[in-house]
Design a protein around this ligand. Structure first.
Ligand SMILES: *Cc1c(COP(=O)(O)O)cnc(C)c1O
Length: 406
């Protein structure tokens, strides 16, 4: 790492300088991309042993383990989250799977959010039980439910906040205390916060996970994931989860994400401003049935969001007073906003999630849970990742499409 990084610098400064520096070989002012899958071994035995050891992350042998460009991204993200170390991976799911399969053994108990990213739900609801892990899925936006689910032998508490796709807000500080009371490891998927808006480690979490595909990269062109936390735990996750299971990142994608992350603070400010403007517009529109955005006072998690987030980020959901099929007509009318999955990109992205589809992803929902979420979602919701275009242009696009609705 650049020798003179001051961890007290603001996010704006750290996003430019952490993990960046002058290339020692050429004096280039940007570090180069190292597109190599292996590195020449030293012939000296002592040096070789150092290269083979996990303690020397600046000595390289094979890119599935660690390599220079991904390591630069790890340096930046560790500093930004205030953690001891970071591991980057091929995708957000690569990071989550590596973490679960390292920390959990057959017979262990995990408490996790009952609503979260689709892939995470499939891991929690389907794959972990295949390997004998005992999974309790509860509404983590209600600390009471978490408290009832945590047992003396709970090993991991896993919370996604803000949560996909309901933008639910879970109280990181409160839940971390509950987890630590039984010696469990508290992990937060902080992807939807956009990193600079929420600092889970300073609120008590042990580890933070990101899909770097989203806000951190921000430009819709690469996939990546990250886990940030204590060195000892991360060393295990690197060895078991990344080296043995294989979800290592391409150096090129790591470079794209490093490049994209330079402007993260500016982008996040704009995402939050735009999302608030869009949410307020939609909330006052007579054809809109409901809007869920943690920056609106009507959001049940507004108070907690105000407390634990710097700004409410760029994700919201809404639905219309019309029937389900008319929601697809609405998508057809949009000219600026793109109908696509993923989120946190420069451009605005929107998808329609019919409630029936959502239930298929939440693999272990019981009837009470289905009833609760059908009550919140109606027949379905638009998940809207508000981009960094001019907010008036985004609102104008929504307006012209809403004008054509019955
Ligand atoms: C997208 C996403 C993931 C998965 O990340 P990939 O990079 O797509 O694998 C995990 N968690 C959340 C909250 C996400 O939005």
């Amino acid at each position: 790492m650049k020798e003179n990084i001051d961890k007290q610098w603001s996010f704006d400064t750290l996003c430019v300088h952490a993990g960046e520096g002058v290339d020692t070989d050429t004096k280039a002012i940007r570090r180069p991309i190292h597109m190599a899958n292996s590195y020449e071994y030293p012939i000296d035995l002592t040096e070789l042993l150092e290269t083979l050891s996990w303690e020397h992350l600046d000595k390289f042998q094979y890119t599935r383990e660690h390599s220079p460009t991904p390591r630069h991204l790890e340096e930046r993200l560790a500093v930004l989250e205030g953690g001891e170390d970071c591991i980057v991976s091929a995708s957000g799911m690569g990071a989550i799977a590596a973490t679960f399969f390292t920390l959990l053994n057959s017979g262990d108990h995990i408490v996790a959010s009952e609503v979260s990213y689709t892939g995470t739900q499939k891991l929690l609801g389907f794959h972990l039980p295949r390997f004998g892990v005992d999974v309790s899925l509860v509404d983590t936006t209600d600390p009471q439910e978490v408290s009832h689910a945590i047992r003396k032998d709970t090993k991991v508490v896993y919370v996604e906040t803000p949560g996909n796709p309901m933008v639910g807000i879970s109280d990181i500080k409160k839940i971390s205390e509950m987890a630590h009371a039984v010696g469990a490891t508290m992990i937060v998927d902080s992807t939807w916060s956009g990193l600079i808006n929420q600092q889970p480690l300073s609120l008590g979490a042990d580890m933070v996970i990101h899909s770097a595909t989203k806000y951190i990269n921000g430009h819709g062109d690469a996939l990546g994931g990250a886990v940030i936390g204590p060195q000892k735990m991360l060393a295990d996750i690197r060895e078991y989860g990344i080296v043995h299971l294989g979800a290592c990142i391409s150096p090129f994608n790591a470079w794209l994400i490093l490049r994209g992350s330079v402007t993260l603070p500016m982008r996040m400010e704009k995402h939050s401003q735009n999302a608030l403007a869009v949410a307020s517009y939609l909330e006052s529109h007579p054809k809109v049935k409901s809007v869920t955005y943690p920056g609106l006072k009507s959001h049940p998690g507004y108070e907690v969001a105000q407390k634990q987030m710097k700004a409410p980020s760029g994700m919201l959901n809404f639905n219309l007073k019309t029937d389900m099929m008319a929601h697809f007509d609405f998508l057809k009318e949009l000219q600026l906003i793109t109908h696509a999955v993923s989120l946190g990109h420069d451009q605005s992205l929107m998808v329609y999630i019919p409630t029936e589809f959502f239930f298929e992803d939440m693999v272990v929902f019981n009837d009470a849970q289905k009833e609760k979420y059908a009550g919140l979602m109606g027949e379905g919701i638009f998940r809207f990742s508000v981009g960094i275009e001019n907010s008036e242009d985004i609102i104008a696009d929504l307006r012209q499409a809403l004008d054509k609705m019955p």
